[in-house]
Design a protein around this ligand. Sequence first.
Ligand SMILES: NC(=O)c1ccc[n+]([C@@H]2O[C@H](COP(=O)([O-])OP(=O)(O)OC[C@H]3O[C@@H](n4cnc5c(N)ncnc54)[C@H](O)[C@@H]3O)[C@@H](O)[C@H]2O)c1
Length: 415
Amino acid sequence: MKVGIVGLGYVGLPLALAFAEEGHDVVGVEADPRKVAAIARGHSYIEDVPSERLAAVSDRLCPTTGYEDLVSCEAILIAVPTPLTRNREPDLGPLVSAGTALAGVLREGQLVVLESTTYPGTTRERLVPLLEESGLAAGRDFNLAYSPERVDPGRTDFTLRTTPKIVGGLTPACLERALELYGRVCDDLVTVSGPEPAELAKLLENVFRSVNIALVNELAMLCDRMGIDVWEVVDAAASKPYGFMRFDPGPGMGGHCLPVDPFYLSWKAREYGQPTEFVELAGEVNQRMPEFCVERVARALNDLSKPVRGSRVLILGVAYKPGVGDLRESPAIKIMGLLAKNGAELSFHDDYVPNLPEFALSSQPLDLALADADVAVIVTAHPELDVEAVVRSAPLVVDFRGVTRGIEAPNLVRL
Ligand SMILES: NC(=O)c1ccc[n+]([C@@H]2O[C@H](COP(=O)([O-])OP(=O)(O)OC[C@H]3O[C@@H](n4cnc5c(N)ncnc54)[C@H](O)[C@@H]3O)[C@@H](O)[C@H]2O)c1
């Protein structure tokens, strides 16, 4: 089979690899020529895709910036970004441009599946008209389905194959084709009645996380005032074997999904005059966390009679979560911006992020950085971080991830 993937990022590249490793020919259309060149060299820019595995399928994986090669594909999966505009409304620009370009090469009998996260109605209301510019009718001349991607970058216990995949087709025949396609790379397929429940199911998953993270973050701020250890509280509550699911507090939400996707739902809900108060409140609480973190660092410095201005603040981990180098919406960047505004002298250490051009900073070796800091702030604890060494070497440590639990030291402050 020949499969086309449009957008070779965190979602598209692992998908392309999965189909290629199953022996299928894959055409990967990617707007960024640097990514195309990297893949052509067998070089991966996504942590979950080792370069060796990419190189091993190079004869079956054809990266390109042009859409023409999609003509010969039986199925085409779209995995372009779905970001927000400056006003935090859905920005379907990449999807519209991919759909428009695809219409130019679409041919009868092809299957198109949208994988990007988006509001319910996007596939039917936005993608169908774009693709039908080709002169072909969706559901009649070509098949169309929506199947949300659930990849969690950095996670190894669940893979594309072992994570159940939701599929909703425009028609029963569309569904049938999409199930046949995904059955080649996924063990467990979950069928829904159309694209809309599939689109909304993905948003529910992400809103669920956002709301629960906001709940523990709010609790962390309350615990700070009450002098109660929030980690002890969460550990204790998590001992309940049913009816409770653990979520940990932290410096705020990052990544392309959780800070972004709930806004897709709120925006669409407005069309129906239905406020999504839970969703919006969760967003507000989580967005407040970086400010709270800066205030906590300032208080910790103050206790040592030091002002933020002029203090050397070392940020440990700037990616939005452990094990990846993804900086999108990272709370560390917001924390650094606020600290810089308050006159702190910043440095950072992150094994996954070599440079932060917006701060004109490069990642410093941990030992040197610790020796030079007034305070080390653990914002994202990558698995390689030697937490004990941090507490031993830094004059003051502020831990927003709870990774110093079990260590008692006078220079240690925990969220
Ligand atoms: N990153 C995740 O963990 C994750 C998980 C599940 C779902 N999603 C969703 O999947 C979608 C893609 O996310 P991602 O993280 O892979 O984004 P990404 O930015 O890593 O990758 C998208 C790629 O598409 C390319 N692109 C943009 N416009 C294009 C066009 N018109 N034609 C061809 N290529 C184009 C970009 O250059 C980029 O390389 C989003 O809707 C996201 O919400 C992401």
